[in-house]
Design a binder for this molecule. Structure first.
Ligand SMILES: Cc1cc2nc3c(=O)[nH]c(=O)nc-3n(C[C@H](O)[C@H](O)[C@H](O)COP(=O)(O)OP(=O)(O)OC[C@H]3O[C@@H](n4cnc5c(N)ncnc54)[C@H](O)[C@@H]3O)c2cc1C
Length: 285
């Protein structure tokens, strides 16, 4: 179908974009890679009065080194994120998960920020951002604010980005050395969305797991941390048996849906299996 008619703005700076959003009327949509927004507009499930295209806002693109953190611009494409040397060195989990997102065409246009603001429960990057304790920099008419990942994903397809605001960049703490990471995704065919996936980040010390952070994809309306597993692993010996025992709590506190791909109890089972695999690999076993 053809989308309903809309006004179109193509700013070149964040300030111009915020102004265009403020002046765009009651229903304004920001356009990033368009991989989720355009299909929804073509189906007329969204009919914004104004579309503000961020494609020419150069300051929103790219990855930069900022001391203890990597800063990933919201408009950096999936392809550019996963091939970036800084991402590969300090946050390889992001590169690994992004490689599983859709296909080359979608990754060439879809953006890091667009995927995070869209916040699809089956999307791969939200659970990764949660496991990495990333921070989200949001710009609005009042200035900029920073929101931790734990508060960014509010509900189904809903984030802390309010009307009139823009996600500008994501700050990811640099992790290297004693940290290991793994993304385990279960889907029916290659290039499909996750039925369930698990992002694990583990710090190993003297044969023990000093700290484990585990993000779950598609186990609720938002990405979730497997807190019971994290607690069971903190300070535990890094052995396959300990990890397998801890992973049995992976579905605790989750609320997965049943749909054509999987029943809720099957998703709970997958969460346990994938958590065991992801933590084992992240712990270097
Ligand atoms: C065939 C197909 C398969 C896919 N498979 C997967 C998959 O396996 N895993 C996965 O994770 N994803 C998958 N995706 C989604 C993909 O990651 C998209 O790139 C992503 O959902 C949206 O990113 P985008 O840049 O295209 O955003 P857009 O479609 O342009 O925007 C999405 C939403 O976010 C808002 N938005 C975008 N950027 C900003 C910003 N900076 N500030 C505020 N609001 C913003 C828009 O207004 C819109 O509401 C798939 C998509 C397609 C088409």
């Amino acid at each position: 179908m053809i989308p309903a008619a809309f006004e179109y703005a193509r700013p070149t700076t964040v300030d111009e974009a915020l102004q265009a959003i403020a002046e765009g009327g009651d229903d304004v949509k920001v356009l990033a890679g368009g991989q989720s927004l355009i299909p929804v507009m073509r189906l007329r499930l969204a009919a914004p009065e104004t579309v503000v295209d961020l494609g020419r806002v150069a300051e929103l693109r790219g990855v930069r080194d900022d001391g203890d953190a990597l800063v990933i611009g919201a408009m950096t494409t999936h392809h550019d994120v996963m091939t970036d040397p800084l991402v590969q060195q300090y946050a390889p989990l992001i590169a690994e998960a992004t490689e599983t997102v859709a296909d080359r065409q979608v990754r060439a246009r879809g953006t890091f920020g667009g995927a995070l603001v869209h916040a699809d429960p089956a999307g791969d990057l939200p659970a990764v951002a949660l496991a990495l304790d990333a921070e989200f920099v949001i710009a609005g008419p009042e200035g900029r604010r920073t929101v931790p990942a734990a508060e960014f994903f509010v509900d189904y397809l809903t984030t802390a980005v309010e009307e009139g605001e823009l996600l500008v960049e994501v700050r990811v703490p640099k992790l290297a050395g004693e940290w290991g990471m793994r993304y385990e995704k279960f889907n029916r065919v290659a290039q499909a969305w996750s039925i369930v996936a698990v992002a694990a980040v583990v710090r190993r010390e003297d044969g023990h797991i000093a700290e484990a952070r585990i993000g779950l994809t598609n186990m609720g309306t938002t990405p979730l941390r497997a807190s019971a597993v994290e607690a069971a692993l903190a300070g535990a010996p890094a052995t396959p048996e300990t990890i397998a025992a801890a992973a049995r709590s992976a579905a605790e506190g989750t609320s997965p849906t049943s749909d054509l791909n999987a029943q809720a109890d099957y998703r709970e089972h997958l969460a346990q299996v994938l958590t065991r695999r992801a933590v084992t690999a992240a712990a270097g076993l």
